[in-house]
Design a protein around this ligand. Structure first.
Ligand code: GRF
Length: 223
């Protein structure tokens, strides 16, 4: 059984997909906490689902360090093994990242290392990229950095605008992030020494069905 905390700041669609994955694998995954740095829809959803939910409001603390100290305390209190960032819109400080070293995972709407930061879809279109997508990666103290765990790709359509591209990438994210969570819970993905290691297909205990293979055929696996 893995114990998971999810950090959010906004609408929480990725968080919902993680919660649904935990529901479907309740013998392997427990969402022990949803925490945010401000009031948001994601927290409302978690409360309605009876998931332990807390707002550690940045506005109530004198510094980011103090806010992160409070956040770290409730994560430790919840005894979370893993922290999944799902639209947590703040850069985590080095102390926080070190405290949970190699146990923080993020999803970012670009094919990292391309387009770190905000407005990824607009910038991808401006750059006329042939491929765009989303990345799940381990978190270190630099913005949208850290070893990639899994990416999913798509090709921008001719004349596609940023909102259409964002919606299509979000659909990929909703497959990608639960896939990583479930893989981690079943030991098909392990994190060792700060690096993701995927078990070869023949050794995967779970997610070795046709639908998964189809999904993985559009994804790129590291290492
Ligand atoms: C997603 O695009 C995610 O990749 C990024 O922030 C967005 C969060 O969306 N980190 P949601 O709150 O999960 O709907």
């Amino acid at each position: 059984m893995i114990r998971v905390a999810i950090l959010v700041s906004g609408r929480g669609s990725n968080m919902q997909k993680l919660v649904e994955a935990a529901d479907q694998h309740s013998d392997k995954i427990e969402i022990v906490l949803v925490a945010s740095n401000k009031p948001c829809d994601a927290i409302t959803y978690a409360i309605n689902r009876n998931i332990p939910a807390k707002i550690i409001d940045r506005a109530a603390y004198d510094s980011r360090a103090l806010q992160e100290e409070a956040l770290a305390a409730i994560i430790e209190e919840a005894q979370a093994d893993w922290i999944f960032l799902a639209g947590y819109m703040a850069i985590l400080g080095a102390d926080f990242v070190a405290r949970f070293a190699n146990r923080i995972i993020n999803i970012h709407p670009s094919l990292l290392p391309a387009f770190k930061g905000l407005d990824t879809h607009e910038r991808a279109l401006q750059a006329q990229v042939k491929e765009h997508g989303a990345t799940v990666h381990l978190v270190n103290a630099a913005l949208d950095d850290g070893p990639a765990i899994l990416q999913a790709k798509l090709a921008p359509l001719p004349d596609e605008d940023a909102s259409s591209l964002a919606a299509r990438v979000l659909r990929l994210e909703h497959q990608l992030y639960p896939f990583v969570l479930i893989s981690l819970a079943h030991g098909d993905l392990v994190i060792e020494g700060g690096w993701p290691i995927w078990q070869p297909k023949k050794n995967r205990k779970h997610l070795n069905d046709d639908a998964t293979e189809q999904f993985l055929s559009t994804a790129v696996i590291w290492p």
